[in-house]
Design a protein around this ligand. Structure first.
Ligand SMILES: NC(=O)C1=CN([C@@H]2O[C@H](COP(=O)(O)OP(=O)(O)OC[C@H]3O[C@@H](n4cnc5c(N)ncnc54)[C@H](O)[C@@H]3O)[C@@H](O)[C@H]2O)C=CC1
Ligand SMILES: C[N+](C)(C)CC(=O)CC(=O)[O-]
Length: 331
């Protein structure tokens, strides 16, 4: 990362009022809902023809959960403007969140277009779930303001955002983005270097890979896999991460005893960390298993159920206040 000062002063993160969201699918739409609930004016652009209706449906579906979380003063779905062009969406933005499909060439071109159209100095973040910014910022005229701001689905409920720059990102843009997300009610991990998969996806993908191996080998059903987490470690992970959770497994001796006792099992042949072949058979087994586990509930039913559950967990673990309007700011 470079450390040269940006040529144009950035607006203070606390002063941002207008945010642009480029790409309005599951994640871009979730960002739109989050920023609206925090009281921002939001402009959005997506090349899909029915984007305004799609976004309205998504925001309406999220609004009950967001109301339970606590809306910022003045927050309203009516502060969303869907624009006809990308340039209109970002032309007056004070922060841009890009959430277009995960295709490297598309991200490169799109970030360069956003960079050409956004006001100088404004930070532009990509929601990418895995591309290093170094690989995406190759064609932008001003790569120094491009950062990764990796959210979790749905961005309006899951607090975490992982922030990291690329080789040509200015360190000031990374710091600015981290502060901005905090002001906007997110819980931020700022990374000082590019790590494959960032932090959380690297961990999630290891679990996901193992799950797919077990389905492929008939060792566990999709239901078994989900129950093994929701009825087991997942309950603890909402309270403490995997490290502190295991430290408690060492009793009074803490992590040191845990490592002495169970450390050798690290070498047990339990994992198959190479990715399984995602052939048609595995694909169909996973999709059919999920349909069966949904047990007649539609995706909309499941989204509402998940949202209620996540809010209950946030409330039960005392984190509701931390994610809703921490400073009593109008946002
Ligand atoms: N779905 C997930 O769980 C998560 C996804 N992400 C990341 O968020 C980004 C978006 O993913 P999703 O929302 O899941 O995808 P999606 O497929 O739901 O939405 C993508 C949207 O981008 C639009 N689009 C297509 N071409 C475009 C272009 N040239 N410019 C702007 N928009 C364009 C599409 O019309 C669509 O509405 C990806 O980078 C993905 O890796 C990050 C965290 C979680
Ligand atoms: C599946 N995924 C890699 C797109 C997931 C994420 O990036 C984060 C999340 O929401 O779990």
């Amino acid at each position: 990362m470079t450390t040269t000062a940006p040529t144009t002063p950035l607006p203070a993160p606390e002063d941002v009022r207008r945010v642009a969201c480029v790409g309005a699918g599951v994640i871009g739409g979730g960002w739109v809902a989050h920023f609206l609930a925090r009281g921002y004016d939001v402009t959005a652009w997506d090349p899909a023809p029915d984007v305004a209706q799609k976004l309205r449906r998504l925001v309406d579906a999220a609004w009950p959960a967001l109301t339970l979380l606590g809306l910022a003063g003045g927050a309203s779905p009516d502060r969303l403007t869907v624009t006809a062009t990308l340039e209109q969406a970002v032309g007056e933005a004070e922060f841009v969140q890009e959430s277009a499909p995960e295709k490297l060439d598309l991200k490169r071109d799109l970030l360069a277009r956003i960079d050409a159209a956004a006001p100088p100095g404004v930070v532009i973040a990509s929601s990418t779930s895995g591309y290093p910014m170094t690989d995406m910022q190759t064609t932008a005229a001003d790569p120094s303001r491009l950062v990764v701001g990796h959210p979790f689905n749905p961005p309006y409920l899951i607090p975490l955002v992982e922030v990291v720059g690329g080789e040509r990102t200015d360190a000031a843009a990374v710091a600015w983005a981290s502060r901005f997300y905090e002001v906007a009610g997110k819980s931020v991990i700022t990374m000082d270097r590019e790590v494959p998969g960032f932090i959380a996806n690297r961990l999630q993908e290891a679990l996901w890979r193992e799950a797919l191996h077990m389905v492929a080998n008939g060792e566990a059903t999709v239901r078994d896999i989900d129950a093994s987490i929701t009825e087991g470690p997942g309950l603890r992970w909402a309270v403490m991460g995997p490290m502190l959770t295991f430290a408690l497994a060492g009793g009074e001796g803490g992590m040191a005893h845990m490592l002495d006792h169970f450390g050798p099992s690290l070498k047990s042949p339990w994992t198959r960390l190479q990715a399984p072949e995602l052939d048609r058979e595995l694909y169909e087994a996973v999709v059919a298993g999920c349909d069966e586990a949904a047990d007649g509930r539609s995706i909309a039913d499941l989204v509402a159920e998940r949202d209620r559950g996540v809010i209950d967990v946030l409330r039960a673990t005392g984190r509701l206040d931390a994610t809703s309007d921490p400073k009593g700011d109008p946002r």
